[in-house]
Design a protein. Sequence first.
Length: 430
Amino acid sequence: MSLIIITILLALYAVLSAKKTVWGVFGIAALLPTYLIRWQLVGTSSTLLEGMIIVLLLVFLVKQVAQKKLGRTIKESLRCRFAFPAFLLLVAATIAVFVAPDRLAALGLWKAYFVEPILLLFVFVNVVETKKQLRQVVIALAASATFIALTAIVQYFTGWGIPESYDLAGARRATSFYGYPAAVGLFIAPILSLVLAFVISNGKKAVANYKIWLPMPTGRQAAGLAVCVMTLALVFAKTEGAWLGVLAATFFALLFTKYRLKIIVLGLVAVIILLAIPVTRDYIVTLATFQDVSGEVRIVLWQGTTRLLADNPIFGAGLAGFPELYEKYKEARHVELSLYPHNIFLNFWVETGVLGLVALLLIIWQYFKRGIKNLGVNHYALPLLAAMVCILVYGLVDAPYFKNDLSVLFWILVGMVVVTGNITKNEKPS
């Protein structure tokens, strides 16, 4: 029965994408959490999100072939500055499949975290062409994050569906549809940073652009509600890394406004006041020096990971290989099961080897290079930079890529940077 329902949903999605391919892109941006809907066929597992990406790709290719434009489209796509690092990352991920101790598990991550998101990038940069379409992508992402945030808020007050380990007296943490609170922060934080920076850099004009297809609320109210709801969800999920990422991204965005000097002064004053108050000072010092439970876990995790990489510096552990190899290197006092080292750079190095790490650094370099180039001439540049700042800062203490929705979100942001650059070249500055 579930396969029948999924088939019907994918068929409807195919019809939508065939009518307008860009609508398919909006659909994926709005439905990133559908990776939680899983299905199996002939021993192969997949997700609704993966099915949507494959359907969108097939629709796009059929239309390109019918219009006799596929060859030209591929050639133009290969000229993109992200084409080489994306290809390099695919090569690294492919090698990591053969390095991995469990190749079947590695193949699953290979297609879900690398092949399909990069294929989506290929479609994205060829069908999203205007400022209006970029705005609709932002709206779709905001809608997706707001929905997850609403479920997290309801869950916090009702206790519905919270795993027992996160529903302790006085320490309840919302998890939404996920199995752990960090997943809420990992998904919402970059999108919240994107929306906040968009509002900061464009003021009332930006907020007014967040129109939805309902009589009420207005665009301005919708944007304000979305920000409030996402913020509350992070409060109830109690993900400190997410807050660190959002604060860093917001501070980054504010530095590019006319109030930058005041922001710097106020920031310094706020830090001085917080450090002067014993309670907040102790809390900040504890977090900054990793003396809390979460920090201590990360310290021992990174120590074991460093020893693992010292013995396997070129290829790492392979895709999905970290938990197995880490057993040989972990500290005796580290008893928790960890899928990843909880640091974006260590994650890529362990999973995809040094080649994958180099590819990631190249992607980040191109992202910021292109984003900074568009600052002041395209109002999407700063929000996109802020979103990546959030991912990288949060990524210092967590794994903001190695999950189905997060890997697709990462490449959607890359696609938006590419399209922003294309629009800047082809249109008058706005």
